[in-house]
Design a protein around this ligand. Structure first.
Ligand code: AMP
Length: 557
């Protein structure tokens, strides 16, 4: 039985080394020594996802539960915890600090201070995840309290981070995959394939240890990584690449993967979360209109407004997030399903069959009203026409797919090309920032952006940009911004407005979360505009004008 302390020591070491290869070596060495039951659990612990998405288990621990458990376990006043949090910005360090000062009469001293094992910590997390009903808050706290009362400061640091599923040791999915392949001598491709199919890193690790990776396949009721699309460089170039293409609208909705197992239906979101309970009309539609004993279907859920146009993305998100009073919201934001792929049918995976065949099978089992329209053609004119129709109808653009391609879970490649309008960039002022995580902990990783309100001179925030930056660029920027810090609150900084970022994005959405009332979807830094002064930043009026120009879609607000 491996102690949790050994795991915590590994995490500390991994957190302290900066090289990715070194991190992977450390993790591989650790995994190689575990027995099978621990190996089911440890890869998820390392990534900070305690339960795989297929398991349906959710930890459901926020900072308040965590700090209450800590306070109770260690007899530490909540105010002290809050002030430690302000000073460090890291729940793990707070937990270590609190446990360090724990009064000696902890539970541990009564039961002989036995060491926690990895399995025991997992069992407690299971109890936390299973807690439901009126007493669930209390049950969660009691189980965490038990762990903290037994833990050393170092163990507490990682128990706290695991409880809120934020490990900050700089090893993600890719790192754990590489470590598994190294630990058990399996090829990186086999490990990746197995993970994309099962989405369960514990299962992959155990199969790699047994040498049975190739036996892993799609499991009905467990989400599979979705196949993704690459941005095409216009219709002519895309058709040159594909020849004859399967042409479909790029619907403006949210991805859904639907598992039908007899009369049982489960729906997973793009992030592979189980969203079945939030989407009852899709469950009924699948039950009524899919003629198959078992199937895994891929498609887009679209919120259709009264004018038959798609509502804004954030309206759909409301539906996906809603857990209570779902039926009421379903009346305001009704969803329609457009299916475009079939992954599994009547007990068999069909991912290795060409799209052409998968589509033909989909047509045999699905009611035509649920299908994404598809045209097979090599003509630019036909593609242009479908693209124009999609945009006119308020959708995002066009998908061009290779009819001979297999379904490649988790892959973004040239077999699915998306064509959509290019947005103008915005010049926005950097008004805040956040420290990065793991390997990037000493760098400012994301930046809060503001647009100008000319009448008042105020800067109204429109969201955060984090992508589009290399480590080198981040390091240079961090140096620049260190001199501009106004207030530091935990991980977050308020900055003196001085720097302009030119930012590209996919869309502007209305958002109650930002003072401008708008948010950029998928913002990306294009350039630091040293040549521009704050007064030259884009205004809230321009943000609104660009928002309105977005194909005049229904915003349902
Ligand atoms: P993007 O989110 O821009 O990378 O575009 C890919 C997304 O477009 C997919 O994940 C789907 O949610 C969505 N989509 C809409 N219509 C289709 C379609 N006909 N085929 C595939 N994906 C589609």
């Amino acid at each position: 039985m491996t102690s949790f302390l050994k795991f915590a020591k590994l995490c500390k070491k991994v957190e302290c080394v900066s090289g990715t290869l070194e991190k992977i070596d450390l993790v591989a060495g650790f995994l190689a020594e575990l027995d099978e039951s621990e190996l089911y659990v440890a890869p998820g612990f390392i990534m900070g996802t305690v339960f795989s998405s297929g398991s349906d288990l959710v930890m459901g621990v926020g900072p308040s539960i965590l700090y209450e458990a800590l306070a109770r376990a260690c007899g530490c006043p909540p105010e002290q915890i809050s002030s430690m949090l302000r000073a460090t910005g890291d729940p793990g360090l707070v937990a270590a600090g609190v446990v360090q000062r724990r009064k000696p009469l902890g539970l541990a001293s009564f039961i002989g201070g036995e060491q926690l094992s990895i399995s025991e910590v997992y069992q407690r997390f299971l109890a936390v995840a299973h807690a439901s009903g009126k007493r669930s808050h209390d049950t969660k706290i009691k189980n965490l309290q038990f762990l903290f009362s037994q833990a050393s400061p170092l163990e507490a640091q990682y128990i706290a981070r695991l409880a809120i599923e934020d490990m900050r040791i700089g090893v993600g999915e890719g790192g754990v995959r590489d470590a598994i392949s190294k630990a058990f001598g399996a090829s990186a491709e086999d490990v990746e394939r197995a993970y994309n199919l099962t989405n369960d890193m514990g299962l992959v690790a155990v199969s790699a240890k047994r040498g049975t990776l190739s036996e892993l396949n799609i499991i009905l009721n467990h989400p599979i990584k979705m196949m993704l699309a690459q941005l095409g460089e216009g219709i002519p170039a895309a058709l040159q690449e594909l020849g004859t293409a399967a042409m479909e609208w790029k619907y403006d909705g949210a991805r859904v993967q639907i598992h039908k197992d007899g009369q049982k239906v489960r729906i997973f979101s793009r992030r592979l979360e189980n969203v079945t309970a939030s989407l009852p009309e899709i469950v009924s539609a699948v039950k009524a209109n899919i003629r198959a004993k078992s199937a895994i279907l891929d498609g887009e859920a679209v919120a259709i407004g009264q004018d038959e146009r798609p509502m804004a993305f954030q309206e759909i998100l409301k539906r996906f997030r809603r857990k209570y009073n779902v039926e009421k919201l379903a009346v305001q934001i009704p969803l329609r399903l457009f299916l475009f792929d079939l992954i599994y049918l009547d007990g068999k995976s069909i991912i290795d069959r060409p799209l052409r065949d998968r589509r033909a099978l989909l047509e045999t089992i699905a009611d035509p009203s649920m299908l994404a329209k598809q045209v097979l053609s090599n003509s630019s004119e036909v593609a242009e026409e479908i693209y124009r129709q999609a945009l006119d109808a308020g959708h995002e653009g066009l998908m061009l797919k290779n009819p001979s391609s297999v379904y490649a879970p988790g892959k973004r490649g040239k077999n699915w090309l998306k064509i959509k309008p290019v947005m103008e960039t915005l010049d926005l002022v950097v008004i805040g920032a956040k420290w990065g995580e793991g390997r990037r902990a000493s760098l400012l990783g994301s930046y809060r952006l503001g647009c100008l309100e000319p009448e008042t001179g105020m800067l109204l925030d429109v969201g955060w940009v984090a992508t589009g930056l290399t480590d080198e660029a981040l390091s240079d920027l961090t140096e620049v911004f260190k001199g501009l810090i106004v207030v530091e609150r935990g991980m977050e900084l308020e900055l003196k407005p001085a720097v302009i970022f030119e930012v590209a994005y996919e869309e502007i959405q209305k958002s109650p979360n930002y003072s401008s009332g708008y948010a950029l979807r998928f913002p990306r830094l294009v350039a630091v505009r040293d040549d521009k002064s704050i007064e030259e930043a884009d205004t809230i009026e321009r943000v609104i004008a660009l928002y309105k120009a977005q194909r005049g879609r229904n915003t349902a607000s």
